[in-house]
Ligand binder design. Structure first.
Ligand SMILES: [Zn+2]
Length: 472
């Protein structure tokens, strides 16, 4: 973040001199203001837009980009779209494919692509939200290809506009390389032997390419936002960025292991890659049949790479979407077997075998929860009082709010805070805890995390000073 150190220092001193004695009164003022705005959605949104929200820890980069931008970038890059299936592709355009440029002047095609590539205009019907949501990624993939830096610029600018200091976007690095090694080595039940074989086969050879993915995205973002050119810079420049490795979990065991191993080696080699996650629908064929195996793979690799960070999609399920037997153990095994720093979703808590034991375990281990309210509503139809976020909060778990896929879902982090107030009745002090938990649970290196938390403290003092409560 390019907050000028002198300004930070001066603000910190001023805050210490003048604001500290009334800091608690200011929290009370902000809390009172929020309570007054609870039933005024427009003004509540403005209040929460201005509130420092720390970070969005659970955001898939491709899913965070709005489809409008993907159509434009695809058009510029000469990509195609199928007018029946709306699958994007590389040129030449054949059969039912037309150049994406056609969508710029054809409003009907433009609207059809947006509806296919996002949840725009989506009307829920049974689990069609789940299917429509996950299908989008296969449709826009080619249009977005090569535009990760452009996507990062969009995401960081939107974050800065919402007073978010840090984002940790998820990207799948070099899947083809891991797949090739997995096919070459095959599955070996002994993890240590399989790791040795994959290392010997050259799995780390793809690390430079994965590093280039991250560094060129950061450079492209910096160029687009004039972060170092001397021209007026975008507000997005001040948002800190680290990437998390996406491992595709609905794959054969050797392919999952190869991706996990590559991810750990990549994190060890390149500080731009701060953490790892497992993605794809948790209810899919291999995701369910191999779930326990995957958790044991993560546990083994964490023992080999103890310094690297992990977060796991766990419990993104509800009854009906998956058989009862699959609902009983995903969160528990993620927390107790794989032992990640964070889990994402945790939505099926009440259908797990022993929810109270899970909450106690998360509390004692310090496992954080990334709660994705809009995503859970769209994919799982889980919202309002059916959503377990209050159970986690009451149990003392470090909960933070995140978007999951703000582009596909057509939402943003501010909207998650609005939902936390309107659907769950949380007050300002709890929202502030969500924001602080986010930075605490982030995978920033310790010194940078402390700096970010210090900056957040100043941002909160500035924000709360707008709502002075009466002095006693
Ligand atoms: Zn996710």
């Amino acid at each position: 973040m390019k907050v000028r150190p002198l300004i930070v220092l001066v603000l910190a001193v001023l805050a210490g001199l003048f604001l500290a004695p009334t800091a608690s009164a200011d929290v009370a003022g902000a809390a009172k203001r929020l309570d007054n705005l609870r039933d005024q959605p427009q003004r509540l949104r403005q209040f929460l837009l201005g509130m420092p929200k720390g970070t969005d820890l659970h955001t898939h980069l491709s899913g965070a980009v709005y489809a409008e931008a993907m159509i434009r970038w695809g058009a510029e890059d000469g990509k195609c779209v199928d007018t029946i299936t709306f699958v994007s592709s590389f040129p030449p355009c054949t059969g039912n494919q037309v150049p994406l440029t056609a969508a710029l002047s054809n409003t009907q095609l433009w609207d059809q692509i947006l509806a296919a590539w996002s949840m725009r205009e989506f009307r829920p019907d049974a689990f069609s939200g789940h299917n429509h949501f996950f299908a989008t990624f296969d449709l826009f993939g080619s249009a977005f290809s090569g535009r990760q830096g452009d996507g990062l610029a969009q995401v960081t600018e939107r974050a800065a506009y919402q007073n978010i200091q840090y984002v940790e976007p998820l990207i799948t690095p070099q899947f083809g390389a891991s797949l090739a090694i997995a096919n070459q080595v095959g599955y070996i039940p002994d993890f240590a032997t399989m790791r040795d074989a994959m290392l010997a086969a050259g799995i780390t050879n793809a690390i430079p390419a994965a590093s280039l993915t991250a560094s060129s995205a950061l450079t492209r973002r910096s160029d687009l936002q004039n972060c170092s050119s001397g021209e007026p810079a975008s507000i997005g420049c001040k948002v800190r960025v680290r990437f998390d490795v996406q491992v595709l979990r609905n794959q054969l065991p050797a392919v999952v292991f190869a991706q996990l191993l590559f991810g750990f080696e990549l994190m060890k080699a390149d500080p731009n890659w701060a953490g790892m996650n497992m993605v794809q629908p948790e209810d899919a064929a291999y995701s369910t049949s191999d779930y326990s195996l995957h958790m044991r793979m993560v546990r083994y690799l964490r023992s080999v790479y103890p310094g690297e960070k992990v977060t796991l999609h766990a419990g993104e399920l509800v009854p009906g979407l998956a058989p009862p037997s699959d609902l009983r153990f995903h969160i528990r095994q993620a927390v107790n077997v794989a032992g990640p720093e964070r889990i994402g979703h945790g939505a099926d808590l009440r259908w797990e075998q022993n929810p109270d034991q899970i909450l106690r375990s998360m509390k004692s281990k310090g496992t954080c929860l990334e709660a994705n309210l809009t995503s859970n509503e769209q994919i799982l139809r889980l919202f309002g009082r059916r959503h377990p976020i209050t159970d986690y909060v009451k149990a003392g778990i470090k909960v933070t709010l995140s978007t999951d896929d703000e582009g596909v879902s057509r939402t943003d982090l501010t909207q998650q805070y609005v939902k936390a107030v309107r659907q769950h009745g949380f007050g300002y002090r709890q929202l502030k805890r969500f924001a602080i938990n986010g930075l605490r649970c982030s995978f920033l290196p310790p010194a940078e995390k402390q700096t970010a938390l210090g900056e957040q403290g100043i941002l909160f003092m500035e924000f709360e000073s707008r709502f002075p409560s009466r002095r006693r």
